[in-house]
Design a protein around this ligand. Structure first.
Ligand code: AMP
Ligand code: MG
Length: 407
């Protein structure tokens, strides 16, 4: 049976970078840009004032206390209708276009407005006025056609780049983002809005895995529940193979209705491995297939919710990260001190739900939680880590240093 590390390497070895995907700008945060982006406009689009004040001709202000006639008022979003001539000024607000003729703006704090009977006037308190002051020229930030961002599969779009993309008119943007379909399998499953009848349970894995996919920065597609029949599995698996990744839960163990590996094989998915030496999560199935000249990755996660969770963190998330352009994809354990004894049983490494805490002196402490096995998701509500106990019977003592994966 493969070790966790071997299984992770096999999975990452199958990852081929998918083609770019167009997403709405609002969904692009945290993703890698997969196109070069040029501006479709000059920015700013006009010579603009960067203060509230008066646009004028600098040479009109020959001495302090010079008075000018105010011919117009222009706020941001308006366009001036009159040219400024010597002895004149236009009241202008921040961001508004500078009127023709004017070559400087004096900020309002350095003026006194004089309400005349027949005309408005302004007194400019200080001289001289420097030509060009308080004006930003059209295209100072960027010219139409300038490349403002380049494709970079290893960099994440931040709010700054989202703003810049909006400025250059991109409502959608090409990114590197894998799609991942989620399919829960089982005759016993009912959706969360139903009360389970005799023999039934609610589908907790489906919503959990969809949330995990989104959390990992991939685009989830929820395929709902498939019954344990060839026909239903086949239809829904075929649908799932349109995504970069297909994540199934259930049906990969040794039960009479565990049909998933067989149906996957009928759909042309080649098994890369089945079973990994860990607990919980041993029945994990992984395979690949070619669709639309892409290498689809297929994960069959064991049906027990905590097994699904552990397999997602150890195997699916690293694949989704690599598909999204991340470089360091495999989770790296940290070291922490055990706060209580723990008995490790059996020949499979165990990932035990635990709680982390940090001491006043910065020491990391880890407490394994009471946990009733791979079906007990409820106990995980208080967990923020998985304590790693390597294979082999052993009593771990309080105060020992162990490896921990943060959730
Ligand atoms: P399986 O891997 O299909 O043999 O399922 C193992 C256990 O996990 C069984 O007790 C199932 O009822 C349970 N199980 C399977 N799928 C789900 C699911 N989507 N949500 C919650 N429990 C599940
Ligand atoms: Mg099942």
């Amino acid at each position: 049976m493969l070790s966790v590390e071997e299984a992770q390497q096999r999975i990452l070895g199958e990852v081929k970078i998918p083609p770019p995907r167009a997403v709405p700008l609002a969904d692009a945060l945290g993703l890698a840009l997969d196109e070069n982006v040029a501006s479709d406009i000059d920015s700013p689009p006009h010579d603009k004032s960067i203060v509230d004040g008066y646009a004028l001709i600098a040479s009109s202000v020959t001495a302090s206390q010079t008075e000018l006639r105010v011919i117009e008022e222009v706020t941001a979003g308006q366009v001036p209708t009159m040219a400024v001539e010597p002895g004149m000024a236009t009241r202008i607000m921040t961001g508004a276009p500078v009127p023709q003729g004017a070559d400087a703006v004096v900020m309002v704090e350095k003026t006194i407005s004089i309400e005349g009977v027949s005309e408005a006037r302004v007194r400019i308190l200080e001289a001289p006025v420097k030509p060009g002051q308080n004006i930003v020229r059209r295209g100072a930030s960027m010219r139409r056609g300038d490349e403002v961002l380049t494709a970079d599969l290893h960099r994440r779009l931040r709010p700054i780049e989202i703003g810049l993309l909006a400025e250059v008119g991109r409502a959608t943007v090409e990114v590197l983002q894998p799609t991942a379909a989620v399919l829960a399998t089982g005759n016993e499953l009912v959706p969360a809005n139903q009360v389970p009848g005799p023999g039934q349970i609610r589908n907790s894995n489906g919503p959990m895995l969809v949330a995990f996919v989104r959390d990992a920065g991939a685009a989830p597609i929820d395929l709902g529940i498939a019954r344990d029949t060839h026909a239903d599995l086949r239809t829904k698996i075929e649908q799932g193979l349109n995504s970069d990744v297909l994540i199934l839960s259930g049906g990969v163990s040794a039960g009479v209705l565990d049909l998933v590996p067989q149906v996957l094989s009928e759909c042309g998915v080649h098994e890369v491995f089945h079973k990994v030496n860990l607990k919980p999560g041993k029945p994990l199935w992984f395979g690949t297939c070619q669709r639309d000249s892409q290498n689809r990755l297929v994960f069959g996660l064991p049906g027990n919710p905590v097994s699904s969770l552990v397999c997602f963190e150890l195997f699916v998330r690293p694949a989704l990260k690599k598909l999204a352009g991340h470089r360091d994809c495999i989770p790296v354990p940290i070291q922490a001190t055990l706060t209580k004894e723990h008995q490790q049983r059996g020949q499979r490494g165990t990932y035990w739900p635990s709680q982390m805490e940090t001491n006043a002196d910065g020491t990391r402490l880890v407490t394994p939680l009471p946990w009733k096995g791979s079906g007990d998701l409820r106990s995980l509500a208080n967990a923020d880590a998985l304590a790693i106990f390597p294979p082999g019977e052993r009593q771990y003592q309080l105060g020992e240093t162990i490896s921990v994966l943060l959730l």
